[in-house]
Design a binder for this molecule. Structure first.
Ligand code: C2G
Length: 135
C-alpha cells in the first residue's frame, strides 16, 4: 500500500534546508505532495516572496523527492487535503513543533529537525549585504 506524505511551505529561494526537509519527508513514504503557499496566502502569512508561485512550483517539481505540488491557499485546507489526497503522514520542520497537532486525528504528524544556519531570510540579507558592498 503506497504511503502518501504531505508537507506545506513557501519554498522561496530554494536552499539546502528545504531539500533536507523534502528528502526526509519523502523517505517516510512512497509519494510526497507539497502544499505550496500561493502568493496571496504568503501575503496573509506576511511573507514577502522573491519568486512568484508559478516559478516556485516549477522549481519544486524538478526535485526528485517531490511527486506532486498543490496550492496552499489558506491555513484551514489541511484537513480536507489530508482526506482528499488520502494522506498517511503530515510532515513539517520542527519550527512548527506542536502547531499542527490537531491533525493527529487525521493522520500521523511528524516534525523534523530544521537544518541549522540557513533560511530564506538570511539568504536575502546576505544578498543585500553583498550588493551594498558593490555599490
Ligand atoms: N525548513 C527547514 N530548515 C530550514 C528552513 C526551512 O527544515 N533551515 C523547513 C520548514 O520547517 C518548513 C519547510 O522547510 O517545513 C518550508 O519552509 P518555508 O518555505 O519557510 O515554509 P513556511 O513559511 O514555514 O510555511 O502551512 C505551513 C506553512 O505554509 C509553512
Amino acid at each position: 500500500m503506497k504511503k502518501i506524505v504531505i508537507t506545506y511551505g513557501t519554498y522561496d529561494l530554494l536552499h539546502v534546508g528545504h531539500i533536507n526537509l523534502l528528502k526526509r519527508a519523502r523517505d517516510l513514504g512512497d509519494y510526497l505532495i507539497v502544499g505550496l503557499s500561493t502568493d496571496e496566502f504568503n501575503r496573509m502569512k506576511n511573507k514577502d516572496c522573491f519568486l512568484p508561485y508559478v516559478q516556485r512550483k516549477a522549481v519544486l517539481e524538478t526535485i526528485r523527492y517531490v511527486d506532486e505540488v498543490i496550492p496552499e491557499e489558506n491555513w484551514e485546507q489541511k484537513v480536507a487535503d489530508i482526506k482528499n489526497k488520502k494522506i498517511d503522514i503530515f510532515v513539517m520542520g520542527n519550527d512548527w513543533e506542536g502547531k499542527f497537532d490537531e491533525l493527529k486525528k487525521c493522520c500521523e504528524v511528524v516534525y523534523l529537525e530544521r537544518t541549522p544556519d540557513i533560511s530564506t531570510t538570511c539568504l536575502k540579507e546576505n544578498i543585500i549585504d553583498k550588493v551594498k558592498k558593490l555599490i
